[in-house]
Structures are given as structure tokens and as C-alpha cells.
Design a protein around this ligand. Structure first.
Ligand SMILES: [Zn+2]
Length: 583
């Protein structure tokens, strides 16, 4: 390995890595306001005090004090070095690692990717060979063109142990084929996992194959068989077709989500290209965050039956939680998107997709039809159901508009609807609530540090304003100095305060402030003068009290000198307090 990993690599890995996804593999997390929380893996506890803040890319345990960035989490949870934690995440999120001293990066998972690629090539060749006839016939029956077959690298695995032979020919240890989810033990040897199936290679956003979806070409059960969960194949975060869809998603500023491989291919054949599919699972929070990064214009395109509509509604939770207000589109009853794509003209499809309605609107329509709104109990059920869904909506304007709609439909005042929905978004869900702040002895200092953590460039101003002298904690003073030097080194991009070599005390302090901070850098800058003023007031109050104590024990000239100082200190305190009142 070469020298130190370059700053730009660290930055890129941190930006791409999803701290919630990484932590979730060790700690089951549930949403709590803007953060997620769970039971701390670093100390024993029965009620969760461990918080992860996705936007701030930080975690913090308010029980044992542990905290830091996604790298610190991996270092601590898996006993890795800082460099190892970066390399692991770089590998996973597809970032090329560069070293400051040059050097050759190592790629521990390359072998696995290479084997999956070899399997995909073997399956694809088989599909084109005489042995692939059942697969080709299945695809033609389903209307898949040879062009789509090539674009998505579709393949076939027969029942004759074809992949087993191919791996043997390459001298690959078959046990590794089993570990890669391609083979199953059978008697003394191995057999193909996917025999008798048409194969859909599932790749990541960089086009590296991570696993396969296998569709039975006959009536075999299960109809779909996917790769087992592995280091590379994580169905809760992979989206089928993403690699092929990326250019269209970027150029159209929109991403369609379907539930099946065949739906995606059917749409592709009609020229609808910005489409991804979940791989045999309902849409997860991790999918939702990936989609949000791709585009905020997410259209769910699910089956036109009850199950499809229910699945779309279920997807709403994770999407709203990720900050996406999705739209929804359903084919006519009894059809799936693939059927519809075949039946409709490309123009009609494009028009329908462009006309997709907001999911919440479709939920509201469904709810208003579900109940008899001429009766009181029907109205009540309708309002209660809608209140449940409106809790997802955190955007105040959007929530207000839907509340008005529900008020209109039910004939109730809009205030009643708001009361039914509850205070604000996800906070009212079970398991919600903001992280605690237990016995903070110096709230003014914490408040200021929080602003500096959100926007480290404020630390430069704070140092200039002499804020260091107003801080009583040693960690707090050190944090200020470190943040100021980070800000001075910054190259114009957003600065991140939780670097590698932070002293433990500072790291724990800053991670707490980051997880607690629910403000934007703009808001932090706006609040900065007020926070400094509060610190000055606290200092002036302490000084006044101290002098008053001294006056009591003093006599003669000393007493009169001290008394003058008390008067001056009080005057200063009053001046600062009136300054705060006038703000
Ligand atoms: Zn803990």
C-alpha cells in the first residue's frame, strides 16, 4: 500500500457512503425525527440512546459518549484502521482510492466481481447456444427482443451443470463459487444454483455485477430465485437496471420505479429508459435515499391490482422519510407495467408517465372512495386514515394543501385535521423524538459549538471575536481551535469537522453537536451573533457574582474598589442583556 490516502478520496468516500446504511448492518435503526436511533453497539443498554444523523454524516451515543463519522464507526465496530475503513467504503461505494505518496491500491473484492462477471458471460453465451433454446423461447413468448437481451446481458443456465464446468475449466475452486452464491453443494460436489432459469444480471451503479435474478422458464417454483445476500449482493440497497438507466435519469430529471425485471425491460423496449426495479423486495429506506440522490422526481409505476397499489402506498413511507414526495402511476386494472407497455403506443406511455399524480393524492382518492362519507363513522375513518399518511409529509406547504383537501372532503375545519395529524411529521411516529440532552452544564457553549460544527467557517470568526476566552471546557476550546484550522485549510467545498486525527474528547463533543443540530449552515450563520452574546452574558454574570462574593468579605479601601468593580460589571451585564432584548 502506498502512503496516506488523499484528502479528495476521503471526501468523496464520505459523500458517497450512506452512514445509515453502513451502521444498519450492525445496529437495527428506526427513524427518530431527522435522525435514526438504535441500541448502542459500544455499551450495554435497554433503551436506545445511539443516534445517527444522515445529513450530518455523524453518529453519537448519548449513553457512553462514543461518536464520530462513518469511518470512526467502522474503526470502532470492526476494529479497523482509519485507512482500512476508507478502503472498505471506497470499494463498496465505487470510489477509486488515490494515495498521496502514489502506490497501488488493493482490491480485495476484485476476485468476487471477476467470478460473477465470468458467470454472467457463461450464462449469456449459453442463452445464444443451442442449449439456451428454452430460455430464448421463454423470452420470445414474453416479448423480449434480442436487442433488450443484449442490453441487459440476459443469460440462461441449463440443467447440465454448465457453470460448474466453466468454473472448473478456469481452475476456480468450486467452494468459492458456492460462497459467491452461484453453486449449491450436491452430494460430494456442487451443482448450479440457477439451473433451468433465465438470468438477469444485477449490477451496481458502476455496472459491476453483484448478483443475479433467476426467472424459471417453466412452472418451477419459486418463479423468481435471486442470489443470496452477500458482501456484494444486498437486495435492500441494489436497484436493478440503475447502471443502464443513469444517463436517462440524469437527462430527464426523473426516475421511474417498477417492481419487476420484465416491467423494466418492457418499458425499455418502448423507449422509456430512466427506470429502475427493486429486486424482489419492497422499497427500503436505503433505496429511497439512493433515489433521492438521483432525482427528487420519483414516479412509482406498480401493478394495477390491489397488491400493486398497496405496495406503492408502502413505498411512500421510506420515500417521504428521505425527503421525496413521490408520484404514482398504475396501469389499467389487471395489467402490470409490462403488459401496458406492450399494449400502449410509445406516445401514450410517455403522456401517461408525464401525467403521474402525486402518491398522496392517489392515497386520498382511494381513502375517500373506501368509506361512506355520508355517515359520521365513515368520515371519521377517512380522517383517521388520512391523518396517518399526512404524518409522512414534512413540507409545511404540502401538508397544508392536503390538510385542506381532507377538511373539504370531510366537512371538518382544517385546524381539526392538523390536530388529528399531530405536531410535526415523523416525530409523532412511534419510536420518534429528538436525541436527549442530559444535564448539560454549559448550554450556551454547546449551542455555540453546534453552530460551528454545522459551519466550521464560523470558527474563524469566533477565534477573531475572542470566543476561546469565553469557553470554560478544555475540549470546547480545543474544538474551536481545530475547527478554525479546518476552515482555514478548506478549499471552498463544504468542510467536514470530524476528521481522522481529532482528539477523542473533541470528536465526542462535536459528534454530539452535529447529531443534535437540525439547522442549515445559513441558519447557523444567522444565529452566530446571538450565541456569542449569550456566552458574553454568562461570563458577565459569573464575574458579577464572583465580585459580589468578594465584596462581602472585604473592608476599607479594598471594599470600595471592589464595589466600583461590581457596579461596572453590573452595568456591563445590563448593557449586554439589553442588547439581547433589542435583537
Ligand atoms: Zn453507547
Amino acid at each position: 500500500m502506498g502512503g496516506r490516502i488523499s484528502e479528495s478520496t476521503i471526501r468523496e468516500v464520505r459523500d458517497r457512503a450512506d452512514i445509515v446504511e453502513v451502521v444498519s448492518e450492525t445496529v437495527p435503526l428506526s427513524r427518530a425525527g431527522a435522525s435514526f436511533r438504535g441500541l448502542c453497539p459500544f455499551h450495554r443498554e435497554k433503551t436506545p440512546s445511539f443516534f445517527v444523523h444522515p445529513a450530518r454524516q455523524a453518529f453519537k451515543c448519548f449513553g457512553c459518549g462514543e461518536g464520530g463519522s462513518v469511518f470512526h464507526f467502522l474503526m470502532k465496530a470492526r476494529n479497523l484502521s482509519f485507512a482500512d475503513s476508507i478502503e472498505e467504503l471506497a470499494e463498496r461505494y465505487g470510489v477509486a482510492v488515490r494515495y498521496e505518496g502514489g502506490g497501488v491500491p488493493s482490491r480485495p473484492k476484485d476476485d468476487l466481481y471477476a467470478m460473477l462477471r465470468l458467470a454472467a458471460d457463461t450464462y449469456r453465451e449459453l442463452l445464444g447456444s443451442p442449449a439456451g433454446k428454452p430460455g430464448r423461447e421463454f423470452l420470445r413468448r414474453r416479448g423480449v427482443t434480442p436487442e433488450a437481451e443484449r442490453e441487459f446481458g440476459l443469460g440462461w443456465c441449463g440443467t447440465g451443470g454448465e457453470l460448474v464446468s466453466a468454473l472448473k475449466r478456469k481452475g476456480i475452486d468450486l467452494a468459492r463459487g458456492e460462497a459467491a452464491g452461484l453453486l449449491l453443494p450436491s452430494g460430494p460436489g456442487y451443482r448450479d444454483r440457477f439451473r433451468g432459469r433465465v438470468l438477469f444480471p444485477i449490477s451496481d451503479a458502476r455496472g459491476r455485477i453483484c448478483g443475479f435474478g433467476g426467472r424459471a422458464a417453466d412452472d418451477a417454483v419459486p418463479k423468481y430465485l435471486n442470489s443470496p445476500e452477500s458482501e456484494l449482493y444486498r437486495k435492500s440497497s441494489l436497484l436493478y437496471g440503475l447502471f443502464q438507466a443513469l444517463p436517462a435519469i440524469r437527462s430527464e430529471g426523473r426516475v421511474l420505479v417498477v417492481e419487476g425485471y420484465m416491467d423494466l425491460i418492457g418499458l425499455w423496449q418502448k423507449g422509456v429508459r430512466g427506470v429502475v426495479a427493486t429486486c424482489g423486495t419492497s422499497l427500503t429506506e436505503s433505496h429511497a435515499r439512493t433515489l433521492k440522490r438521483l432525482s427528487e422526481n420519483v414516479v412509482l409505476f406498480y401493478d394495477g391490482d390491489v397488491a400493486g397499489k398497496k405496495a406503492a402506498v408502502r413505498s411512500g413511507g421510506p420515500l417521504y422519510a428521505a425527503g421525496v414526495s413521490p408520484k404514482a402511476l398504475f396501469p389499467p386494472k389487471g395489467m402490470d407495467p409490462d403488459d401496458w407497455a406492450k399494449a400502449a403506443s410509445p406516445e401514450e406511455l410517455a403522456r401517461r408517465i408525464a401525467g403521474a399524480v402525486p402518491l398522496m393524492e392517489s392515497i386520498e382518492r382511494g381513502a375517500s372512495r373506501k368509506y361512506d362519507l355520508a355517515t359520521i363513522s365513515g368520515k371519521l375513518s377517512y380522517v383517521q386514515l388520512m391523518a396517518k399518511y399526512l404524518r409522512w409529509v414534512t413540507d409545511p406547504a404540502e401538508r397544508e394543501l392536503y390538510a385542506q383537501r381532507v377538511a373539504q372532503t370531510s366537512g371538518l375545519p382544517v385546524e381539526t385535521i392538523h390536530r388529528q395529524v399531530g405536531p410535526s411529521g415523523t416525530e409523532s411516529l412511534p419510536g420518534g423524538g429528538a436525541p436527549p440532552r442530559i444535564n448539560d452544564p454549559r448550554p450556551e457553549e454547546s449551542n455555540l459549538l453546534r453552530l460551528l460544527a454545522v459551519d466550521p467557517s464560523l470558527a474563524v470568526a469566533a477565534r477573531r471575536d475572542g470566543v476561546g476566552d469565553l469557553l470554560s471546557g478544555e475540549d470546547a476550546r480545543e474544538a474551536l481551535a481545530i475547527l478554525a484550522s479546518i476552515a482555514e485549510r478548506a478549499t471552498g467545498e463544504a468542510e467536514f469537522p470530524l476528521g481522522e486525527d481529532l482528539p477523542d474528547g473533541v470528536r465526542k463533543l462535536l459528534s454530539a453537536e452535529l447529531v443534535l443540530a437540525d439547522i442549515t449552515p445559513d441558519e447557523a450563520r444567522r444565529r452566530y451573533p446571538g450565541a456569542v452574546l449569550s456566552l458574553r452574558i454568562r461570563r458577565a454574570r459569573l464575574e458579577t457574582e464572583e465580585l459580589q462574593g468578594k465584596v462581602k468579605g472585604a473592608t476599607g479601601e479594598e471594599a470600595s474598589l471592589l464595589f466600583d468593580r461590581v457596579v461596572a460589571a453590573k452595568r456591563e451585564l445590563e448593557r449586554l442583556e439589553s442588547e439581547r432584548r433589542s435583537r
